[in-house]
Design a protein around this ligand. Structure first.
Ligand code: HXC
Length: 517
């Protein structure tokens, strides 16, 4: 064999070794747990044959704790770029078979390299995490490596979309980097996120807790709000990322992609004319309103299980990507509480970063009163949604379907927060509060001097509802641009989006605002 061919053979041998990561035995163990290898996840994500890898031969430099004998090509992370539905993305995927996917200085350098490429070339970064955190044997070098990644996550925030998916037990630094990204997807039953595992928790706080309870996908999707989606399986998690990417531009100076479908823009939905119950205390499903206005009834929900009293997600109107925020009367009457405010605020800010118009459907009785909410800081957290809408310069279209009471009227993308187009259905009630509460405050004492206080208050309530709980007063002031037929909502939103296509608005020059965190 010629020397050249022998060199080529050596290259192929080394490539094959790198592709095996921590070895076949560990791969088999991963598979037995229903998990995927780092490379399998990349193969699921990217268009076939599109992956170009970097730093396959990179190894760590640690000489302590016998590490000089534990050297694996690639050092526990696969990095590079490829395409999803033909669009460029950068990706890194941690390999649990190599020292638990732990992060060394060199492992971090590989991730930083793709992050730098992603920012310079304006394409999304997708991190597939499966890591026990900072590599303990390296100490400070590993911590320095994480800090370099965190710094890049922050600099990339609002410049390119950053999406994280968690595929195994992730601890320490490997949860903080995803927390800095825009969306986090987890997998039920075999992905976990915690600062420290159950053993440390027991030692420090004496709490007995399972990994699932402490940091499982369902907990993070429903309770902590760290995860945007709890996938049924690894492939389901990857599918979610692909669908999400289809709504997003590649970076903050691009417009979102347009995807035309066969759905007439002027399609009427008569069902919407009757969706609001006659009884103002009766609930209905706001998702039906969304589904009956968007292209092909296709709605991609984000954080579905967290604070379901507000709905957030993406859809298209005549092909144009839009973010949707909607109160959900079906859950806690659609009230705004701490979690709902934070959820919506973060979503609106994401859309604003990436030039995605926001459509807001309003049916909200107000902010949730109570000791728990006040102690939890509903004033500070509720201010976040207000701040998010007020600073957003994207096209903002609002449709009030029923209640828009009090402070909640102000914050839900009202005209006064630079709402561009504000529509109301004839069933809208735009007022400081509902009829019962209002007459209680205004007429309670007066009612006590009548023969039938209850009847007196009922009459006053009817009077109030007829005069105040309507969209016409707001429309007379121009705070509502038009009162529309519910069946025509899709068409009216599409027309408004077309009109706002070239909208330019700006905020005063400043280093950055100070959102009440
Ligand atoms: C070095 C590690 C490691 C780590 C796991 N391994 N985590 N090696 N550094 N951080 C190695 C294990 O020694 C083991 O090697 C292999 O990976 C698989 O790990 P197991 O423990 O056998 O797997 P499992 O039972 O599934 O448990 C996974 C785990 C656990 C929950 C992630 O390994 C764990 O608790 N690791 C430590 C997590 C942690 O506390 N990290 C925080 C680091 S501090 P062998 O060769 O035996 O198979 C940090 C700070 C960053 O990250 C700064 C944040 C702001």
């Amino acid at each position: 064999m010629s020397q050249t061919l022998a060199k080529l053979e050596n290259l192929l041998k080394q490539r094959a070794e790198a592709r095996l990561g921590g070895g076949q035995e560990r791969i088999d163990k991963l598979h037995a747990e229903g998990r995927f290898t780092a490379r399998e996840r990349i193969a699921l994500l990217l268009d076939e044959g599109s992956f170009e890898e970097f730093d396959m031969f990179k190894t760590h430099r640690c000489q302590q704790f016998g590490m000089e004998k534990k050297v694996f090509l690639g050092d526990g992370v696969v990095t590079g770029y490829g395409t999803v539905d033909g669009r460029l993305v950068y990706v890194y995927s941690q390999d649990f078979t190599v020292l638990g996917g732990s992060l060394s200085e060199t492992h971090a350098e590989k991730i930083c390299k793709v992050m730098d490429f992603a920012v310079k070339n304006g394409a999304p970064l997708i991190g597939l995490s499966d890591s026990g955190g900072a590599r303990i044997q390296e100490g400070i070098e590993a911590l320095a490596g994480y800090s370099e990644i965190f710094q890049r996550n922050v600099m990339a925030s609002g410049v390119i979309p950053q999406i994280s998916a968690i595929f195994g037990p992730c601890a320490g630094g490997s949860v903080y980097s995803p927390a800095l990204t825009d969306f986090v997807v987890m997998v039920k039953q075999n992905s976990y996120m915690f600062l420290t595992g159950p053993k440390v928790v027991k030692a420090v706080t004496h709490e007995e807790v399972t990994v699932e309870e402490l940091g499982g996908a369902e907990m993070h999707a429903a309770t902590s709000g760290v995860a945007d989606y709890a996938a049924e399986s690894g492939p389901d998690a990857i599918e979610y990322i692909k669908k999400l990417l289809a709504y997003l531009p590649a970076n903050n100076i691009e417009n979102p992609p347009v995807q035309m479908v066969d759905h007439a823009p002027d399609h009427n939905e008569p069902l919407l004319n009757e969706i609001i119950p006659d009884n103002p205390h009766e609930a209905y499903d706001m998702k039906q309103v969304i589904l009956h206005t968007v292209d092909n009834g296709d709605f991609f929900e984000v954080k579905e299980k967290y604070a379901p009293n507000i709905i957030t997600g993406f859809a298209r109107y005549n092909g144009t990507s839009a973010g949707i925020v909607a109160n959900q009367p079906n859950y806690l009457s659609g009230v705004l509480d701490i979690n709902a405010s934070v959820k919506a605020a973060r979503f609106v800010r994401f859309c604003d970063c990436f030039n995605i118009p926001v459509i807001t459907f309003v049916d909200v009785p107000g902010f949730l009163p109570g000791v728990n909410q006040e102690y939890g800081g509903v004033i500070r957290h509720g201010a976040k949604i207000l701040y998010a809408y007020a600073e957003a310069t994207i096209p903002k279209i609002t449709v009030v379907t029923r209640k828009a009471y009090g402070g909640a009227y102000c914050v839900m993308s009202s005209k006064h927060l630079r709402g561009d187009i504000n529509y109301a259905w004839p069933s809208a009630e735009i007022a400081v509060m509902g009829g019962k509460g209002a007459v209680g405050v205004l007429y309670y004492k007066e009612a006590q001097n009548t023969d039938d206080p209850e009847q007196y208050l009922a009459d006053k309530e009817q009077e109030y509802n007829e005069s105040m709980a309507t969209p016409f007063i707001a429309a007379k002031r121009g705070y509502i641009d038009d009162i529309i037929e519910p069946a025509r909502t899709r068409f009216r939103i599409i027309k408004a989006l077309e009109m706002l296509r070239n909208k330019r608005d700006s905020n005063p020059m400043k280093k950055h605002g100070n959102i009440p965190l």
